[in-house]
Design a protein around this ligand. Structure first.
Ligand code: PEP
Ligand code: MG
Length: 588
């Protein structure tokens, strides 16, 4: 049956593929693809584990046989019979074989996938006795998984397990022929980053808002994605055909042939449009009236420098270093590891400037599952610069690593979420200390330009104070919108209130740009607003000449710049900012 699910559009384009459901279930298993040659081995691994469980149950049954006569033991014996029966159930065995041979899932993944298929059938049963057998099936499968966990996996080295988290090693994976789309209840930004090299053609999560970090990483991968699709992971079944319309934020499950044809056509049109955009990759970003605009890249890993250069970025405007720190079970990267990562990014940009933002963990970017932020209001808590200043040894380590990387190219150091003069003073003090420590060791280091992010209304309203201490400012509109409008950027329940065009947001953005320009200081926007081509003309009209975004968005924004005449945009942009209904004013 065809049905559709609505969510938030976060990454454009159309993906069509079979659903791979990655349940964040209590059974935390590795998920990876196997090769043709490994199919036999995986089936055997499963058979050995199943036989061992059958034996184990047999031994328990024997132990019970001397104790017959007692009701409880009768019941237990009957239950064990049910477990034996379920273990040998043809649907379970055949289904698991199907996932291994046809889809090339590893044995554990195949087993949990089939468990899910059968569990849904149990859920639909009218007879309450039969419905309850689902719990037995889960127990049996868990026993088999436990057996298998003692057996080394042939290909993949599962990533360190985190309670309730995913363990996936897609890099070793071999892509099956048909396209696959990933459906999950939730994916942490760190999980999402693992999928960068994966085979998936699209992503869907039940939770999350447009500017949640999971959505941001999905967008950086430039593949269609929808978040906040609420019950998608319950409604969609393994292997269902799914169309992800990343422009409209809609999923179509088990589409009819007519719909498939229509969306395949749209998909091809999108590809043609992208190819056309590639033609302007070497064209300088200059407006019709000759205003030169700087298009910078937002990156999460040093390797992202390559796609940034490929689309003609003239530098990195935001390197989100927190991804080096996340999902490591508390083992933070030391100075050497960080130095090499930053140096790789700097060298990867071949002399173009790289803006390294100090670690911004907390809220929706927990360090890892062991340190999940359980404070009442994590977005208002110890995150970003606040966390760094509360861990001075960690912060000094990062500052030293950045200063050392600065010896290899142009580096800007950017501080997230600064709001207080006291914070600025502490940072300056620690930066001086980091330099002294390096001098003492005679370690080579370079000069950095120092910048602050304008992410909270307090900083946007005190720009002159910031400009006394910083060489440049970068407007983080994702957080600025979150804090100005008091909406949690990860909560899909309030995502309809996320509004970059709210008059208050626009006034803060316009004010920051104007004050920086008046003092001749650099200012850029590095939040998602910078990468939205629908807002390019407005930002240009407000005087912005430096935009930082995911490499995948650069060409679309450049296209807008090439068509714009800033002389005509200035008064129009001011009237939009001064309007009670800026969205309407923009359309007029
Ligand atoms: C922002 O808040 O706009 C920003 C760029 O930082 P992040 O999205 O990483 O919080
Ligand atoms: Mg931010």
């Amino acid at each position: 049956m065809t049905f559709s699910v609505h969510g938030q559009a976060v990454s454009r384009g159309i993906a069509i593929g079979r659903a791979v459901l990655v349940a964040s279930s209590r059974m935390d298993v590795a998920h990876y693809f196997i090769t043709d040659e490994q199919v036999r081995g995986e089936i055997d691994r499963l058979r050995v584990a199943r036989d061992a469980v059958v034996e184990e149950i047999g031994r328990v049954q024997q132990g019970l046989s001397g104790l017959t006569g007692k009701d409880a033991h009768h019941e237990l014996a009957a239950l064990l019979d049910v477990h034996l029966m379920l273990l040998q159930d043809e649907q379970l065995q055949e289904g698991v074989k199907h996932w291994i041979t046809e889809r090339h899932y590893n044995a554990e993944w195949a087993l949990t996938s089939q468990l899910e298929v059968i569990a849904r059938q149990f859920d639909e049963m009218e007879d309450p006795y039969l419905r309850e057998r689902k719990a037995d099936l889960e127990q049996v499968v868990e026993r088999v998984l436990r057996q298998m966990s003692g057996v080394a996996s042939p290909v993949a080295t599962p990533l360190p397990s985190e309670a309730g988290g995913l363990r996936v090693d897609w890099e070793e994976a071999e892509a099956p022929e048909s396209h696959l789309v990933l459906i999950a209840h939730d994916l942490s930004p760190a999980d999402m980053l693992q999928f960068k090299q994966s085979v998936f053609a699209g992503f869907v999560t039940d939770v999350g808002g447009k500017t949640s970090h999971t959505a941001i990483v999905a967008r950086s991968m430039d593949i269609p994605a929808v978040v906040g699709a609420r019950t998608a992971s319950q409604l969609i079944q393994q292997d269902d055909w799914v169309i992800i319309d990343g422009d409209a934020g809609v999923l179509i499950v088990n589409p009819s042939p007519v719909l498939l044809t229509e969306y395949s056509y749209k998909q091809r049109q999108g590809e043609v449009e992208r190819e056309r955009l590639w033609r302007i990759k070497n064209t300088p970003a200059v407006t019709l009236d000759g205003e030169r605009v700087e298009l910078l890249a937002n990156i999460e890993q040093p390797e992202d420098a390559t796609p940034a250069l490929a689309v003609g970025a003239v530098g990195v405007g935001l390197f989100r270093t927190e991804f080096l720190f996340m999902g490591r079970n508390g083992q933070l990267p030391d100075e050497e590891e960080q130095y090499h990562a930053y140096r790789r990014a700097v060298e990867g940009m071949h002399g173009l400037p790289v803006t390294i933002r100090t670690v911004d963990v907390g809220a929706d970017k927990p360090l890892d599952h062991t340190r999940r932020d359980d404070h009442l209001n994590p977005a208002l808590g110890l995150r970003a610069i606040r966390w760094s200043l509360s861990e001075p040894a960690m912060f000094l380590t990062q500052l030293r690593a950045v200063l050392r990387a600065a010896a290899h190219g142009k580096v800007n150091l950017l501080l997230p979420m600064v709001a207080h003069l006291g914070e600025i003073r502490q940072v300056l003090h620690l930066l001086g200390q980091a330099r002294q420590q390096l001098d003492k060791r005679a370690a080579v280091h370079g000069a950095v330009r120092l910048g602050a992010m304008i992410e909270v209304p307090a900083s946007a309203m005190t720009v002159p104070m910031f400009l006394k201490y910083f060489d440049f400012l970068s407007i983080g509109t994702n957080d600025l919108i979150q804090y100005t409008l008091a909406i949690d950027r990860v909560d899909e329940a309030v995502s309809h209130l996320y509004d970059p065009l709210h008059p208050a947001v626009l006034k803060l953005v316009a004010n920051t740009i104007a004050e920086c320009r008046a003092q001749g200081k650099g200012v850029s926007v590095c939040g998602e607003m910078a990468g939205d081509p629908a807002l390019t003309r407005l930002l240009l009209g407000l005087g912005l000449r430096s935009f930082s975004m995911h490499p995948s968005q650069i060409l679309q924004v450049k296209q807008q710049i090439l068509r714009a005449d800033t002389r005509k945009l200035r008064s129009w942009a001011q009237s939009v900012v001064n309007s009670d209904e800026p969205a309407q004013a923009m359309a007029d």
